[in-house]
Design a binder for this molecule. Structure first.
Ligand SMILES: Cc1cc2nc3c(=O)[nH]c(=O)nc-3n(C[C@H](O)[C@H](O)[C@H](O)COP(=O)(O)OP(=O)(O)OC[C@H]3O[C@@H](n4cnc5c(N)ncnc54)[C@H](O)[C@@H]3O)c2cc1C
Length: 402
């Protein structure tokens, strides 16, 4: 794949039209947190029939599973459409409000994705389907105040067995959709008295309003304002075994790692949206801003910025196209490949957006010109789904183990 197909471009234009009509007029309300993102995302899903596609793809997948058949590829899981169809809305939304994609991606990819990989058919119907159709909001909670990068080693949240039930305690932080989530995929360790670092990881599905579960208000943060982020506090929350997801052959840790792969590849598509938008805005500005009797685009230092942005755009686009081709071929990237893709794309988006602010001068620092929002938003790509430093350790570990 070297470029988008005619059909892809038609989808892209339709999505752009929807964003212009529905998202741009609401950008201030999204940025201030006054408007949570969920109704807009539901409207996107309804407008493009993605809710019905998700429902029918879910039903056929479940029917196959119940007959004992294979579960289907990631491409099919993405909602029945092509891989490009799942990437294009991500790229286009990220040109305007990357937070919308985080809010959507965590509910669909991580919360529903985990239940679809590890749930029983009953658990999938009860919790994953309403997340996949966007009726409900999902969160995926691993990070704790004392364990971020060392998520499993340092995890302190516990599950204690009490009769047929589990009693859950602990707190989670920086949880995307945490304040509004109806359904929470919650990671903790089974406490049977052994050394905390050796305890088994368990994953539960929790519902908003369960006694002992508190969801904080949105935390104030640097950017990504259209994606509410919060804390969760669990105080003796009682969960039946029907809420426990299977650990699978390789355990809860391995399933979370598979999610890292999905999430990291998704960040590259998000980065592409930011880069394309910053480049477009920068070229327009370089052509129209005049100083010393000439447009700033004639200055070589400005040309260098534009050239570096174009290099980043081509590289990240190639990574995204490669990922689409791999999905079509039914291949999943290795953790090292997904980490390399995320490391490069996140840094490129952050640098391009910062340089766009610089190219715009004082206007770049003003919200009206939009690049400052993209620069704040893009910084988050270097932190969540594993920091840059953690991507480096994952790539190196994989290379050195071969
Ligand atoms: C906007 C946003 C949304 C998020 N959403 C979610 C969510 O939905 N669910 C969820 O569970 N979590 C979420 N997170 C949490 C995110 O995954 C963590 O913030 C991230 O993994 C880093 O952990 P930490 O913040 O504890 O930093 P720390 O782990 O404390 O890291 C501090 C610094 O040390 C560096 N460091 C750590 N280990 C090493 C090492 N071995 N070598 C070198 N340097 C190292 C880090 O790179 C970083 O620079 C979100 C975070 C943000 C910012």
């Amino acid at each position: 794949m070297i470029e988008w197909s005619e059909e892809d471009l038609m989808i892209r234009d339709a999505v752009r039209g929807w964003i212009d009509a529905e998202v741009r007029p609401n950008l201030d309300a999204l940025e201030s947190g006054e408007l949570p993102p969920y109704d807009l995302l539901r409207s996107l899903y309804k407008t493009f029939g993605m809710d019905e596609m998700a429902r029918s793809s879910f039903q056929s997948r479940l029917a196959k599973e119940r007959e004992g058949g294979a579960a289907g590829s990631d491409g099919e899981r993405a909602g029945g459409g092509s891989a490009a169809m799942s990437m294009i809305p991500v790229i286009e939304l990220c040109k305007v409000a990357p937070g919308l994609v985080s809010a959507m991606g965590v509910g669909l990819g991580l919360a529903a994705g985990t239940i679809m990989k590890r749930g029983t058919p009953e658990q999938k119907e009860r919790w994953a389907l309403p997340l996949l159709t966007m009726e409900k909001v999902g969160a995926w909670a691993i990070t704790e105040p004392n364990s971020g990068s060392d998520a499993f080693g340092g995890m302190q949240a516990t599950a204690r067995k009490d009769g047929d039930e589990y009693v859950l305690n602990g707190s989670k932080t920086f949880i995307t959709n945490g304040p509004y989530a109806d359904t929470i995929v919650f990671y903790c360790k089974l406490d049977q008295g052994e050394d905390p670092r050796n305890r088994e990881i368990l994953t539960f599905v929790l519902d908003r309003g369960m006694p002992g579960l508190e969801q904080s208000k949105p935390l104030r943060k640097m950017g990504l304002h259209s994606s509410p982020t919060g804390e969760l506090f669990l105080n003796d929350v009682r969960a039946g075994a029907d809420r426990l997801l299977s650990s699978g052959a390789q355990g809860g840790k391995e399933s979370a790692r598979q999610n890292f792969v999905t999430e990291r590849a998704g960040v590259a598509a998000m980065a592409l949206g930011v880069i394309e938008e910053c480049l477009k805005l920068s070229v327009e500005y370089a052509k129209t801003r005049e100083l010393w009797g000439q447009r700033i685009g004639d200055f070589q230092l400005i040309q260098l910025k534009l050239a570096k942005m174009e290099v980043a755009r081509l590289n990240v686009q190639n990574l995204v196209f490669r990922h689409i081709e791999m999905q079509r071929a039914g291949r999943t990237p290795t953790l090292a490949e997904a980490s390399a893709m995320k490391l490069y794309a996140a840094q490129a988006a952050s640098e391009v957006a910062q340089e766009a602010v610089q190219l715009f001068g004082g206007n770049g620092y003003m919200s009206e010109y939009r690049v400052e929002q993209l620069a704040r938003d893009a910084k988050s790509f270097q932190i969540y789904a594993g920091t840059d430093e953690i991507q480096i350790t994952h790539i190196a570990r994989d290379l050195l183990s071969r």
